[in-house]
Design a protein around this ligand. Structure first.
Ligand SMILES: Cc1cc2nc3c(=O)[nH]c(=O)nc-3n(C[C@H](O)[C@H](O)[C@H](O)COP(=O)(O)OP(=O)(O)OC[C@H]3O[C@@H](n4cnc5c(N)ncnc54)[C@H](O)[C@@H]3O)c2cc1C
Length: 469
């Protein structure tokens, strides 16, 4: 009997999953997930993120089982070994069609291209779906037929072209059953192993409490956010001590909730300016994915702009370490970096402040900061992270002009006025009043470090270096 194959990657859900619906429409469906631990290392995937994905895969396995879809797990070193697994599974399970949801960074796109060519050679129907995005990359172009390099016109065109179905796609129990997992296991498919035997990193038990896995949880978060907090999103989203944003990024990036569901819920909430501002953020995510699609050089550690290749980045290991550990002596930076280490997540305003501080005041290569974020973020996403870093370092699309440099102390006074966020993550400053907590000049060095840099000096050094470009 012939079967179709749905290859899951960053789309760990059943609801509103284009590839799954397509595979299911063809016939009895088998799910596949290929773990690639060496690739994870090469891509600097954070341990907390990998554990989150493991837990979501467990949830996916059980949701698929209820639909009669076995989830085959295989482990190989890296993407180079993926086509051999796919070939083996195609031959042993008599697969006639393969469906997957496209991923846009260069190495993922190359892997998918190879697999598609293999399928064609084997006479297997193959289709990639643009499920991660609202609009297919390549379809949003300016009047000259070129990709947009600036966000605002891109977002306007997206809004004008967007067609959103009212309801989410679903799959129901199949008419014909796929083979049972126990029967598949006997076929000795290359690399097949139970999910628990994959080389997952050691998990910290607090991760599962802080970041629960599964579609039901993601849907609950989305509904709660769109029922209430979205109304004041525009007003609250920049204040890290307020729960003003959705915190949905880990679930969005693992594909546990679809981007269409996010857009639909925001539209349905009818709460004024808040939802429209939030949808704009979804479009930033969209923008960076389209950039990755059109400009593969950004996948190769290169600046987006071609005239910034000679910025004299500094390689000061000690300063970089102090930044990573949240010991710079600048409270808002330290609080933010400690939030990242403690929770695996950082507020967007703080991502901008810390990224700009590293790449401008310290003049340390933004790629080191990008890598540190990937190594620690539960929501680490190649395109959003790269886009955010290049924006902050003035090397990217739509980047801040090089002379606009956030002063972290001014930002701190503005966005954490009462110092609540700082007090939470830098408890040694807890006793300071609301004014001095942003710039605790008089403390003894053993209580709290003196700032690693004079902000005025750092700013002027950065201006001079960028000006020479
Ligand atoms: C230096 C830097 C690095 C970043 N690295 C990442 C990353 O690795 N992964 C990641 O998902 N986001 C990244 N961002 C974007 C943004 O900070 C996070 O998406 C956001 O903080 C997640 O919190 P939230 O879910 O509460 O967002 P909300 O404010 O609720 O926004 C909803 C969703 O929109 C998307 N989004 C929001 N802002 C942006 C943005 N500026 N760019 C792209 N997508 C956005 C995210 O999917 C987010 O979950 C980075 C930003 C900067 C400045």
């Amino acid at each position: 009997m012939s079967n179709s194959l749905c290859w899951f990657r960053s789309d760990l859900r059943v609801r509103d999953n284009m590839a799954l619906e397509a595979a299911f429409a063809i016939g009895p469906t088998v799910g596949l997930y290929i773990a690639t631990p060496k690739q994870w290392q090469k891509h600097d995937d954070a341990l907390i993120k990998l554990d989150f994905w493991r837990r979501n895969l467990l949830e996916l396995e059980s949701s698929l089982a209820k639909l009669g879809i076995p989830l085959v797990i295989c482990q190989v070193a890296d993407y180079a070994a993926v086509p051999a697994v796919i070939k083996d599974i195609i031959e042993k399970l008599e697969i006639t069609a393969l469906a997957f949801n496209a991923e846009y960074p260069l190495y993922e796109a190359r892997r998918d291209e190879e697999v598609s060519m293999l399928c064609q050679a084997l006479g297997v129907e193959v289709e990639a779906f643009h499920d991660q995005v609202l609009l297919q990359p390549g379809s949003i172009l300016n009047n000259s037929g070129e990709p947009f390099k600036v966000f605002t016109p891109f977002s306007k065109k997206c809004r004008a072209n967007l067609y959103m179905p009212d309801t989410a796609g679903t799959v129901s129990a199949p008419k014909l059953a796929a083979p049972a997992l126990s029967a598949i296991t006997k076929l000795s498919i290359a690399g097949q192993c139970p999910l628990k035997d994959v080389d997952w990193p050691q998990a910290d038990p607090v991760w599962a409490d802080r970041w629960p896995a599964g579609e039901a949880h993601a849907q609950k978060l989305l509904k709660e956010f769109s029922a209430a907090r979205i109304r004041d999103y525009k007003k609250n989203r920049d204040f890290p001590a307020v729960t003003g944003t959705s915190s949905l990024s880990p679930w969005i990036n693992a594909g546990v909730v679809s981007i269409r569901d996010c857009w639909r819920q925001a539209t349905a909430s009818h709460q004024g300016e808040g939802p429209e501002t939030w949808k704009n953020e979804l479009l930033w995510r969209e923008f960076y994915r389209h950039i990755f699609f059109h400009y593969p050089h950004v996948s190769k550690k290169q600046p987006f702009k071609n005239n910034v290749g000679h910025v004299p980045w500094r390689h000061d290991e000690n300063e970089f370490k102090l930044w990573c550990e949240g010991r710079t002596g600048i409270p808002i930076i330290d609080a933010a970096m400690r939030q990242l280490l403690e929770t695996g997540w950082m507020h967007n305003r703080l991502r901008m402040i810390t990224a700009m501080f590293l790449s401008k005041h310290l003049m340390i290569d933004w790629r080191l900061g990008e890598q540190w974020f990937m190594q620690n973020l539960i929501d680490g996403d190649f395109s959003a992270n790269n886009g955010g870093w290049q924006w902050s370092a003035s090397t990217g699309t739509d980047a801040v002009p090089y002379f606009r440099i956030f002063n972290p102390v001014t930002q701190s006074r503005r966005f954490d006025e009462a110092g609540d966020f700082i007090r939470h993550f830098v408890p040694e400053l807890e006793e300071l009043d609301n004014k001095s907590i942003h710039e605790p000049g008089l403390l003894k060095p053993e209580q709290y470090p003196v700032p690693i840099i004079d902000l005025k000096f750092g700013r002027e050094r950065a201006l001079a270096a960028f000006k020479q470009q």
